[in-house]
Structures are given as structure tokens and as C-alpha cells.
Design a protein around this ligand. Structure first.
Ligand code: PMP
Length: 358
């Protein structure tokens, strides 16, 4: 071996289960895209075993329910999800032996459906016209009729708690003794912003929390509140919501979990972002940094770049990247990347005589 070859050290012990590998994602520096004088970092949640931030929540929902007795051995779990929670739950339920039924709007990517089924879950699609609330109500209906355990990611305390206990602690540890001027995130359930926000407000009060939402669905930006039922589920779609391409972000209601972040002022600024901007920055992260993230990651990064452009020299920014770009191969994110050779590739092929396709 050449003496300069990179080496690794391992984890120091084997893991007892795939579930033990959830969390502890790294903070990674952006080297080519960051403006001069700004230390820009991302936290790629695709390092989780199910390749998204939602593995954290999925594991905590199941273990919280096991501890409280809400979930019995062998009982079926049911949940409404835009996909990543479903994939996380499917992984956890497979590892622990619970049957799982997922309800999901038909518009979310095919990769999501296939992965959940691959992990042994049943995926029940709900109509696009009924929006996110439709999939939530279907899950409630199925839970009630069959006496299944409803995971309730939009309402459960197990959601923000796991980000308070893990995501936030990782950020504190990785930026200990260093500046952290801005932390940038979006929201789906709001678990990430609420849980991390609780901790940063106490432990790093100087850190500005930047929240983003789709420009087409400015629910928070509109200032209008959410009507809710007694069990905290949404009573109706939010009037400012419109369909948007940032999968996993902003369902058609303001979730109860996010309400805490609004009521307790757990964010400092709110930025709208377009799906086109998000896809452009996700593609740039791939091509110029070697980082494969999804549309919500690109959208969060687009806002981090806006913040970076305005920040004073010497600032440090941390940006969440919720999932992997591989979850979007069938979506517009990959439209420009075909399966066949393009003109440039054909020219390279023809530039030498051998091994050409007919
Ligand atoms: N991005 C993607 C792709 C997601 O699936 C989710 C969760 N639905 C989020 C971002 C937002 O995370 P949170 O639910 O913690 O707000």
C-alpha cells in the first residue's frame, strides 16, 4: 500500500441492528459553491439507513409506542406519509416484525412506493384531488376500523422530541467552540425545525433559524392560522396552499407539530423558494460538490445560498439536506439525464474505432 493511501478506522464495535445506525449524520463543508469568506455546511440526512431524516422519527414513534403500550407485539402500524416517513417506518417495522400499511397521495414519486413495498409494507394510494388531508383521513379510518396503531407523525410528541434529542445534539457537538450564525431548514411535519429550534434557542441563542416554504404554498407567509379538530388533526385545507413540486414539504395544512415553532417563535426569518430553484441547486450540489440530495434538499440549499450572499464575511451557515436524490429518478429532477447516449457521448464513442453501439 502506498503510504499516502487514505485509511479508515471503523466504528470500534459491530452494531446490533440496522436501527442502531439511525442518526449521527455528519456536517459537511461546501467547498466549490460557497461564496468567498462564508463557511457553508450541509447536514446530509441521506446517511441514515433509510436515506432520509425521517428514519429518526420513524424509530422514535415505534419505540415510544412500545414504551407506552400503545403498540402491541405483532399489531399492524398505519400511517399517512409523503413517502420518507413510510420508508423509515417500513425499515423499522421490518426490523422489529410489525406489519405496516401506508396511505399516500398518488402524486409522490414511484421510487417511494416501490421502496416501501420492497421493505414489506402495503401502500394504499389516495386521490390527488383529496390532497394531503385525504391520505391522513384514510389512515385514521383504517386505524379505527381495524384497531391498528396510527403513527400520527403530524401530531405526535415523539416527532419533535427525537430532533431535540438527536439532530440538535449532533449540531451542538459538531459546532462546539465554533461560530454558527445561521441554521436553514424547511418543513413537512415541522418536527425538524421544532425539535432543533427548542435546543438552539437555549444553547445557541445567537444562531438565526431560517425557515423556508414553497412559493406556491405560502401558508406561514400568509399569516393565516390553521383550523383543527380536538385531536389536533387539521379540520380543512389551508387557504394559502397550492400544489407544489417540493415533495415532503408543506402538506395542505399547518401540522400541529409545526404550530409550536410558530407559537414559540422558533424561527427568525421565513423565505419562499420555487421548485425550479430547488431542482437547480440540487443538480448543482450533485455536479459541483458530489452531493446527491432530493428536491427539498436543493430548495433548502437555495435559501442557504441566499442567506450566504447577504451574510457578513466570516459567517457560518448550516443547511439541512433531508433525503437522497436517488428517490427522484422518475421525477423532473432527472428529466435532463437520459438512459441513452447524448450527442457528446456519441462523439466520444465514435472518436476511437472499437466497441461502438450499432
Ligand atoms: N424533506 C423531505 C423530502 C421530507 O420527506 C420531509 C418530511 N416529510 C421533510 C423535508 C421535512 O421534515 P419535517 O417533517 O421534520 O419537517
Amino acid at each position: 500500500m502506498h503510504p499516502d493511501t487514505r485509511t479508515t478506522t471503523g466504528h470500534g464495535h459491530p452494531y446490533d441492528s440496522i436501527l442502531e445506525t439511525v442518526g449521527n449524520t455528519p456536517a459537511v463543508k461546501i467547498n466549490r459553491l460557497a461564496p468567498e469568506g462564508i463557511a457553508l455546511y450541509v447536514k446530509p440526512e441521506f446517511f441514515n439507513p433509510g436515506a432520509s431524516v425521517k428514519d429518526r422519527l420513524a424509530l422514535n414513534i415505534i419505540e415510544h409506542a412500545e414504551r407506552t403500550g400503545a403498540l402491541m407485539p405483532g399489531q399492524t402500524v398505519v400511517e399517512a406519509t409523503s413517502g420518507n416517513t413510510g420508508i423509515g417506518l417500513a425499515m423499522v417495522c421490518a426490523a422489529k416484525g410489525y406489519p405496516l400499511v401506508i396511505t399516500m397521495v398518488e402524486t409522490f414519486s414511484i421510487e417511494r412506493r416501490k421502496l416501501m413495498r420492497y421493505l414489506g409494507a402495503k401502500v394504499v394510494l389516495t386521490p390527488k384531488a383529496e390532497k394531503g388531508i385525504g391520505m391522513v383521513r384514510k389512515a385514521q379510518e383504517l386505524a379505527k376500523e381495524n384497531d391498528w396503531f396510527l403513527a400520527s407523525q403530524f401530531e405526535t410528541e415523539a416527532n419533535a422530541d427525537i430532533h431535540e434529542a438527536t439532530t440538535a445534539r449532533e449540531i451542538l457537538a459538531d459546532f462546539k467552540g465554533q461560530r454558527l450564525d445561521y441554521w436553514v431548514t424547511g418543513f413537512g411535519t415541522g418536527g425538524t425545525v421544532t425539535g432543533v429550534g427548542r435546543v438552539l434557542r437555549k444553547e445557541r441563542p445567537e444562531t438565526k433559524i431560517i425557515l423556508s416554504e414553497p412559493d406556491l404554498a405560502p401558508m406561514l407567509g400568509s399569516g393565516e392560522g390553521q383550523t383543527r379538530n380536538d385531536d389536533h388533526t387539521p379540520a380543512a385545507s389551508h387557504p394559502a396552499w397550492q400544489p407544489h413540486p417540493i415533495q415532503g414539504w408543506s402538506p395542505d395544512f399547518i401540522p400541529h407539530v409545526l404550530q409550536e415553532a410558530i407559537d414559540h417563535h422558533l424561527y427568525d426569518e421565513l423565505y419562499p423558494v420555487s421548485g425550479a430553484q430547488g431542482m437547480e441547486w440540487a443538480q448543482k450540489l450533485a455536479k459541483e460538490e458530489g452531493i446527491i440530495t432530493g428536491i427539498s434538499g436543493g430548495s433548502t440549499f437555495a435559501i442557504a445560498m441566499e442567506v450566504a450572499a447577504k451574510a457578513e464575511a466570516g459567517s457560518t451557515i448550516l443547511c439541512m439536506l433531508p433525503d437522497t436524490g436517488e428517490r427522484y429518478l422518475s421525477t423532473p429532477l432527472f428529466d435532463a439525464f437520459g438512459a441513452d447516449m447524448n450527442d457528446e457521448e456519441t462523439t466520444i464513442s465514435r472518436s476511437t474505432p472499437g466497441y461502438q453501439l450499432g
